[in-house]
Design a protein around this ligand. Structure first.
Ligand code: IMP
Length: 430
């Protein structure tokens, strides 16, 4: 079955974009099925950086159809900017390369305003959202008053829908001291986006089904990661969509029988942006070094990322929840020169040992990682292309991750460039 789902196995920012880009060259389609422009991929090709937030990372390969599935939430302003930016650089010249599902929900300015106003009012208790309106948009979807792409294309229906949302959200925004935009302002602005995006909007579930029926290779590109999943993550410090692999079913209209392999992406250490429990966080020189050498600043918000040791408890949990058939370990080069290295193998909460991530926020916050120490290496790994050429200690580190997570490592990334990659097995063939 030539489908491959790619999901984050930690708290996001694992380098999914680079891995998707790597396999997109051999894929006929790359589809997103959840999240929105809270995600951000930095793609580095020939030294040139391209950041995409909404459009799948496969867009740099002209023969690859890109899909934004119905489960994605779309800020049309951001999407238009992204399309124009890519076109200006010679990408996405054929509109049929991008298919946007007509049932995908639309982010309105009130969603962004509400997201930011709430976070501000929460002060120290804020979740640290990206402020992109993701949560409020999914809330309106669940409350059955959301606006979908197809609705945006119909001016009269759009106006009615916006009216409904403004009647609910306007008074709330005023409570936060914010004045919502007028219905005319929103309708005028979105009419422009509707015209620009119309050629791309379709029933994308049909396009996906046709690709599946024709036996084409499809990559499903997950955004965020297991620990940010609305149900399975470190709730309430999570995003507002489900992120585990099973969501491909509802978010792109794919039946379970068509879903094949799942590749999880994990950094060789751990990072997190925003607030919430992070058992292996390092607030010392090692943490600062990881941030500096790894360039750990958010692609979407520019925020410094919190850094810590590799947490096998987290990745093992992600492997179980998404049924990972393989693991890609990214940024192994960043660990060069750190000795010894540590991996969390379990948590200790007041004398109680946890081999899984506890659901209780107090338990997770107060848990102390049980570490195993491994010998580091000092060599620069960026030129390495074969597993056998890695220093022995780096090979041991990877093997230990495989044992602790019960998942074979299929790819190792040793630098930001596309070719700075060690491929061990083709994940489509696992
Ligand atoms: P939201 O998705 O903007 O509502 O943010 C909720 C939480 O998810 C915050 O902690 C964000 O920092 C985090 N988050 C959302 N998207 C990403 C991502 O792509 N990478 C890493 N963290 C993310």
């Amino acid at each position: 079955m030539p489908t491959l789902i790619i999901v984050g196995a930690q708290w996001g920012d694992e380098g999914k974009g680079k891995v998707v880009d790597h396999f997109a060259a051999h894929a006929d389609m790359v589809a997103r099925y959840q999240g929105g422009n809270n995600a951000g991929h930095t793609l580095v090709v020939d030294g040139e950086r391209t950041v995409v937030h909404l459009i799948p990372a496969g867009v740099l390969h002209p023969g690859t159809t890109c899909v934004l599935g119905n489960g994605v939430v779309i800020d049309p302003r951001v999407l238009c900017e992204e399309i124009e930016g890519l076109q200006a650089r010679g990408y996405l010249t054929d509109p049929t390369q991008l298919r946007i599902d007509e049932r995908a929900h639309v982010i309105l300015p009130v969603h962004c305003m509400l997201d930011q106003a709430r976070e501000k009012s929460l002060g120290e208790r804020a979740i640290g959202t990206t402020g992109r309106g993701i949560g409020p948009c999914y809330e309106d979807k669940a409350a059955r008053r959301g606006v979908r792409m197809v609705d945006m294309l119909d001016p009269r229906y759009f106006r009615d829908s916006v009216h409904k949302i403004l009647s609910e959200r306007g008074p709330l925004l005023r409570l936060y001291g914010e004045e919502p935009p007028t219905i005319d302002a929103i309708c005028d602005e979105y009419a422009v986006y509707a015209d620009r995006l119309r050629p791309y909007v379709t029933d994308a579930t049909i396009v996906v089904s046709e690709h599946i029926a024709a036996g084409k290779r499809i990559l499903f590109e997950g955004a965020q990661a297991a620990m940010l999943d609305l149900d399975h993550g470190t709730y309430p410090f999570v995003t507002s969509s489900n992120t585990v692999a099973g969501v491909v079913g509802s978010g792109a209209g794919v039946a379970p029988k068509h879903v094949g392999r799942v590749l999880g992406i994990a950094k060789s250490y751990t990072t997190r942006v925003g607030a919430g429990p992070f058992p292996t966080e390092l607030e010392d020189d090692v943490g600062a070094k990881l941030r500096h050498v790894g360039g750990e600043f958010g692609a979407t918000t520019g925020r410094p990322r919190r850094c810590g040791w590799f947490d096998a408890v987290v990745v093992r949990q992600a492997a179980r929840l998404s049924g990972l058939s393989g693991l890609a370990i990214t940024k192994l080069d960043v660990l060069s020169g750190i000795d010894p290295l540590k991996i969390a193998i379990a948590y200790d909460w007041d004398g109680q040992r946890f081999d899984r991530v506890p659901a209780s926020v107090p338990a997770l916050t107060q848990s102390r990682p049980v570490y195993e120490e491994l010998e580091g290496w000092s060599e620069d790994l960026r030129g390495v292309r074969r597993f056998e050429d890695l220093p022995a200690t780096a090979r041991t580190y990877i093997s230990r991750i495989e044992q602790l997570t019960g998942t074979p490592v299929t790819l190792i990334s040793v630098g930001a460039e596309r070719e700075e990659t060690i491929l061990l097995r083709d994940p489509f063939l696992l």
